[in-house]
Design a protein around this ligand. Structure first.
Ligand SMILES: [Zn+2]
Length: 82
């Protein structure tokens, strides 16, 4: 993926966590167990935790998650169909 700011190739990496990774509108912290309809679950926490593919540009220090790609959630990885 090319960086939308500078156009250079971005590095593919990941963010992982022991608990689910959830995007939530606003910046007020809530109990994570109260998931609302507006929340976006990026990756559920399974045996090895949650993990989401993230592209990073070191020059611009920007990160991008492609939420439209089902393979961004590394817990959706299926070795037989990938
Ligand atoms: Zn960039």
């Amino acid at each position: 993926m090319d960086c939308p700011y500078c156009g250079k190739e971005m590095e593919e990496g990941m963010i992982q966590n022991r608990y689910p990774l959830i995007w939530r509108k606003g910046t007020n912290r809530h109990e994570i167990k109260w998931v609302s309809k507006e929340d976006i679950t990026l990756s559920r926490s399974i045996v090895n935790g949650a993990a989401i593919k993230v592209f990073y540009c070191r020059d611009c220090k920007k990160m991008i998650i492609d939420c439209a790609d089902p393979h961004s959630d590394l817990n959706n990885y299926d070795p037989y169909h990938y």
